[in-house]
Design a protein around this ligand. Structure first.
Ligand SMILES: [Zn+2]
Length: 666
């Protein structure tokens, strides 16, 4: 399945619903678009149901069984239906049962009259949510259930939660974020949250063993760990604010390594869910292709008109997605082909939950993804064939990866350490960037360096590889690092007369031109591979500042590690995503242009894509495989420029917004 349609439908009680319901036309349009699955609202954040429920609260102005009519029309055309159930937000139930509301640290809860955050650890789950799932099953037998949102697992101070924490720990739930009890509270919240979701999954599978279950955000980049049992679909719902193009490529890269089917949801609206104006066509094309190029399912986030019919933005989005899909189907890899990334950015729950789990579901965990965002973007801009995988996905990617980059990850599990060591011993390379992660309270073994506690500088310069005088500025706290058993490849260069702890003018000083005794890059041979350490927070610095000289510098660092790359971009790198698939006889090369995106707005920024990426050209160098290569352009033009016994060079010209080619080896 590669295309699902999601109809958002949070509708206030005073709005008429379903008065001109035309489920047949909706279903016909979906079928014509090539949609295979549809997510339809059974219950929204207002807590209103769009079918005649006896358990929950029907929408006060519901004219027809909107859910049922849509479900039947869509199903008759062979599409699967998942029912959307708002899980953590329920205005109607919150109104009726203030005692079921989530309680914040200051004792308040949402006032009602709009969306209300609920606590699923109160009788809300057993008395309202589960009976409603059962009702949906008996009335409609939907193919799946799609729950929203993770906010249900955030800290809650209601009577039930406080009592259960007292029983668990003999303490009161901590309020102060620096309270050491937050470690116990975070771990407890994580365990009972997962157990709760497992209870829901098991309840559904007792009714219908074949039902799919999606729980929005669980298992995603902000929560990068295996989903609780009973959750069968990984649903990624990246922010609709801010950049779209590259974040969707990041989510698709991450989602491509899930052991379950992965769905990724961009919206068709310019300003996300708070808007009815359409997003530009090019933005939809680019985000759709970003999902498909990595083999994930595109879930188009749309809305139904309250009358129960398609609104104009939906009609045009469907036409556009249908033509983009046709374009993609001419370029897609053969069934059985596999993604073959050279470099893997390793992600870990310790980055978003904290190494001791204290931050689980606290605040917005997306804000703690900076190093992963930065390293993904740096590799993409450097024209390298890379991906992102979390610790739970590591085993799968180790078979294809040549280099694992670990960007400022605070802690790794013992299993991950063992896997990485095996990978290195058999010839792989691992690069720790900015931090040596801890493993069960001690530093990762065999790096050959000891990173001290004291901050040495808050910015410094990295010497160039070919010409050490080509120095690259890098910001972020740098620690004094001692060499135990590693070779030093280069030393950090401090700013002119810089002193630790003193702020330098506007914050940054010019290079002193003199190497310090603090290493910049170290290497330790382990087995037939090597462990590298970069003593600078390059990933988060690149995410925040986008310091462009770091791009060629990092490409040279990768060359320095000596890992063999299947492919890399030569001219034209930057904002261009390279993805490689292979099977026994062919290689597929995809280049997706992220050039066209602009950001507009004050405070919150919104992405729009206005420029055409038609004219883009790029060249790719590939390692040769066995046989004689024949090049087949799949999107745009591809020309073989040169080839020898080691590599070949291709020139690709884009057909908005991507270029694709297949190389057969005969
Ligand atoms: Zn609670």
């Amino acid at each position: 399945m590669n295309l699902t349609w999601h109809f958002d439908f949070h509708t206030p009680g005073y709005v008429r619903v379903g008065e001109e319901c035309d489920s047949e036309s909706v279903a016909e349009a979906l079928g014509g678009t090539g949609v295979e699955g549809v997510i339809i609202f059974a219950k929204c954040h207002f807590g209103y149901s769009y079918y005649p429920t006896k358990v929950g609260t029907p929408h006060p102005k519901l004219a027809v069984d909107l859910f049922g009519k849509l479900l039947n029309s869509v199903r008759r055309r062979g599409m699967r239906v998942a029912s959307y159930v708002s899980f953590g937000i329920d205005g109607a139930a919150g109104e009726e049962h203030p005692d079921w509301r989530r309680v914040y640290a200051d004792g308040s809860s949402d006032p009602g009259g709009w969306f209300v955050n609920m606590c699923p650890f109160t009788p809300y789950l057993g008395d309202r949510v589960l009976p409603q799932i059962e009702e949906l099953f008996h009335l409609y037998r939907p193919d799946g259930y799609w729950f929203d949102t993770m906010s249900a697992l955030a800290p809650c101070y209601c009577e039930t939660c406080r009592e259960e924490f007292r029983e668990h720990s003999r303490h009161e739930l901590p309020v102060d974020e620096n309270d050491s009890l937050q470690i116990i509270a975070g771990t407890w919240r994580h365990q009972r949250g997962f157990a709760l979701v497992e209870r829901v999954g098991a309840f559904i599978h007792r009714l219908d063993p074949s039902a799919s279950v999606g729980f929005n955000q669980l298992g995603s980049l902000p929560y990068p760990e295996p989903m609780p049992s009973g959750v069968t679909v990984l649903t990624l719902d990246p922010e609709t604010t801010g950049p779209q193009s590259i974040p969707f490529s990041l989510n698709a890269a991450y989602g491509s390594h899930a052991s379950q089917p992965c769905e990724i949801m961009p919206t068709i609206f310019h300003g996300g869910w708070g808007d009815w104006s359409p997003a530009p066509a090019l933005r939809l094309e680019t985000t759709a292709l970003a999902c498909w190029i990595r083999g994930t399912t595109l879930v188009v986030g749309d809305r139904l008109h309250p009358e129960g019919r398609l609104a104009e933005p939906s009609v045009s989005a469907m036409k556009l997605i249908a033509s983009t899909r046709a374009k993609w189907m001419r370029a897609e890899p053969a069934p059985g082909a596999c993604l073959e990334p050279d470099i893997v950015v390793l992600h870990s729950p310790s980055l978003t939950n904290g190494p001791d789990c204290r931050f689980f579901a606290v605040g917005d965990p997306r804000s703690r993804l900076t190093p992963v965002n930065g390293m993904h973007r740096l590799l993409l801009d450097a024209g390298l064939n890379s991906t992102v995988a979390a610790e739970w996905q590591l085993e799968e990617v180790l078979n294809v990866a040549r280099l694992i980059v670990v960007p400022e990850i605070p802690a790794l599990t013992l299993d991950t350490e063992k896997r990485l060591k095996r990978f290195v011993e058999s010839g792989g390379s691992v690069l720790f960037s900015g931090k040596i992660p801890s493993v069960e309270g001690r530093p990762f073994l065999d790096t050959g360096v000891l990173v001290g506690e004291a901050v040495w500088q808050d910015h410094a310069y990295l010497p160039g590889f070919e010409n050490p005088l080509e120095e690259i500025l890098v910001r972020g706290e740098i620690r004094e690092t001692r060499i135990l058993d590693a070779s030093v490849e280069s030393f950090l260069i401090p700013a002119y007369d810089a002193k630790p702890g003193l702020r330098y003018g506007w914050g940054i000083g010019p290079s002193s031109g003199l190497p310090s005794a603090n290493p910049a890059l170290t290497r330790r041979a382990v087995g037939t591979g090597a462990i590298w350490y970069l003593n600078a927070m390059l990933a988060s610095d690149y995410a925040r500042i986008g310091n462009w000289p770091q791009v060629p510098w990092f490409a040279e660092l990768v060359a320095e590690t000596g890992v063999s790359l299947r492919a890399r971009l030569l001219q034209g790198a930057g904002n261009l995503e390279l993805t490689v698939w292979e099977d026994a006889r062919s290689t597929w090369i995809y280049l997706l242009s992220h050039d066209s995106e602009q950001l507009v707005g004050e405070g919150k920024v919104w992405a729009r894509s206005t420029a055409s990426a038609d004219k883009r050209k790029a060249s790719v160098q590939m390692a040769v495989r066995k046989g004689t290569p024949t090049v087949h352009p799949l999107s745009g033009e591809t020309t073989l420029i040169s080839s020898n016994s080691i590599d070949l060079t291709l020139a690709l010209e884009f057909e908005r917004p991507f270029a694709a080619a297949r190389i057969d080896w005969n």
